[in-house]
Design a binder for this molecule. Structure first.
Ligand SMILES: NC(=O)c1ccc[n+]([C@@H]2O[C@H](COP(=O)([O-])OP(=O)(O)OC[C@H]3O[C@@H](n4cnc5c(N)ncnc54)[C@H](O)[C@@H]3O)[C@@H](O)[C@H]2O)c1
Length: 358
């Protein structure tokens, strides 16, 4: 099976193709190209005699400091403005490659092959790069669309249940943010940590169709797309011991607690209970999470939450579910009662994970 669709942007459109064995096909193509790849795939590039720029996928790798090494590696390989950059990896490789392609010689073309479920089902479209500076996560970046996105669902064959859970947290988020019927259609695909690559292919196509709506209507991340920004505080407060995808899952649970603390009643919507149970079951695939959370307190979470770029000087911006099941960016005054509501939401999430989950 293969699927192809286009993403419309202000500068034209680009194709997204979902097809098995695409990676093998790309590797035998020739032309002026340079690879930036996750070092998980180093043996494949070495076996084919390809001198790829290899990256270890972690948050340090996508820091502004480390971009110097990447830019020098491109120059040392003789990359010019006519060279095509091909990125093979998850969100970290995507962020580095997209950022490098935007700034190297003021811009070169890039093609992306996402390899984690999170990147296949979510981050691969939209053209965003997000780079860390000091303790600030994703604080600088660019929006430059790729020439093409090539998704080979067989990359899922080597993903662990936990890595699948991370991707499914993001996929569930996108679908819920799009609306309850998109979320129900997602659940009808029975996504779970044991789903095989054929089942995940359908999840990827469905999640990308929902994400496409957000990025086409809000290419530059100024309005509708902003509701997709959940959970960075938890990932950062744990010093990245909690992955991005699981952090998003926990952030969505904290957001539900916040909605309830603010007096919202979700009991009328069975989808919300279903969403919560689904996210909790995905998080249980990451057994170390409970341990990490038991060492965190609300002060550490608040510290990370406050440093998020979403907020203004006078208001926090929280992403919260409405009683009708849609997702909104809710301004909350940065006063004592606003701060306490957010602290209590984090405390409720921590209490659930640190003590209540067996
Ligand atoms: N730019 C965006 O739009 C965007 C969106 C969401 C997330 N992100 C960023 O993406 C990052 C998280 O990315 P991620 O979750 O995709 O993973 P990742 O890039 O952090 O990689 C996680 C792990 O998966 C391994 N891996 C990659 N492909 C594999 C495969 N096929 N089989 C087995 N192991 C594999 C890597 O080696 C690494 O150990 C975060 O830094 C987040 O901020 C960016």
């Amino acid at each position: 099976m293969s699927a192809s669709f286009k993403i419309a942007t202000s500068t034209g459109s680009y194709a997204v193709t979902v097809e098995r064995k695409l990676f093998d096909r790309v590797l035998i193509e020739s032309g002026d190209r340079v690879y930036i790849a996750d070092d998980f795939f180093a043996p494949i590039f070495t076996a084919r005699g390809i001198d790829a720029i290899m990256l270890t996928a972690n948050e340090h790798t996508k820091s502004l400091d480390r971009m110097t090494d990447v830019i020098c590696a491109l120059r040392e390989r003789g990359v010019t403005r006519k060279t095509r950059l091909i990125a093979v990896g998850g969100g970290v490789v995507q962020d580095v490659a997209a950022f490098a392609s935007a700034i190297y010689m003021r811009g070169i073309e890039w093609v992306y092959l996402p390899t984690t479920l999170l990147s296949m089902a979510d981050s691969c479209i939209g053209g965003k790069s997000s780079i860390n500076v000091g303790k600030y996560k994703n604080i600088v970046g660019t929006i430059v669309q790729p020439l093409e996105v090539l998704i080979d669902p067989d990359f899922a064959l080597t993903l662990s249940p936990e890595q699948k859970a991370e991707g499914l947290c993001e996929a569930a988020k996108i679908c819920l943010c799009k609306g309850l019927s998109a979320f129900s259609d997602y659940m009808a695909l029975n996504p779970n940590i044991n789903s095989d690559s054929v089942e995940l292919e359908r999840v990827i196509e469905h999640a990308l169709a929902q994400k496409a709506w957000f990025i086409e209507i809000d290419e530059f991340d100024r309005a509708e797309r902003l509701v997709l920004n959940f959970g960075h505080a938890i990932e950062a407060a744990s010093n990245f011991a909690i992955s991005h995808g699981i952090g998003v899952g926990l952030g969505m649970l904290a957001a539900q607690h916040l909605g309830e603390i603010l007096g919202r009643d979700y009991r009328k919507l069975p989808e919300i209970a279903q969403f919560r149970a689904h996210i909790e079951s995905l998080i249980s695939a990451a057994p170390h999470v409970r341990d990490v959370l038991s060492r965190l307190d609300t002060a550490a979470l608040m510290d990370a939450f406050v440093s998020d770029k979403k907020h203004s000087r006078t208001e926090y911006i929280a992403i919260v579910l409405t009683e009708a099941g849609s997702v909104e960016r809710l301004p909350i005054a940065r006063d004592e009662s606003g701060t306490r509501a957010i602290e209590n939401a984090f405390a409720a999430m921590l209490a659930h994970y640190a003590y209540a989950v067996a």
